[in-house]
Write a protein that binds this ligand. Sequence first.
Ligand code: RTP
Ligand code: MG
Length: 139
Amino acid sequence: MERTLSIIKPDAVAKNCIGKIIDRFETAGLKVVGARMMHLSRAEAEGFYAVHKERPFFKDLVDFMVSGPVLVQVLEGDNAIAKNRELMGATDPKKAAPGTIRADFADSIDANAVHGSDSAENAASEIAFFFPSNWIFSR
Ligand code: RTP
Ligand code: MG
């Protein structure tokens, strides 16, 4: 059993697609074991994406992530990290495989609907960033 961090980003929340995206997770056998809706501060968004702070797209990424509320979740299941990445599809929705979340709900490489942890190490630190251990309800 593995856990990963998922964020339904401001574009998908604004488009009223929270339920449709969570349905993808649940249908694939991932369980939502933690969830919080937040409007990230700039400091929170910069801290969360600190690994990208030297990248040319960092400012656009932070601007986008603070542009509206998000739904932050902990997903749990077999192979949760890879399974979530597979469900999400490629970062650029134009390159995302048909039937993936980004192919179906994302508008651009910036407004790309979802975040998912990309490694076990990052999943652990990203979950700890948003969730004290007693905010996670393993089932
Ligand atoms: P995420 O972290 O949000 O799950 O996305 P990801 O792993 O698929 O992509 P990553 O390389 O971690 O990049 C984080 C976010 O930055 C934006 N980005 N823009 N303009 C660009 O070349 C570019 N590259 C990345 C995307 O919004 C991406 O989700
Ligand atoms: Mg990433």
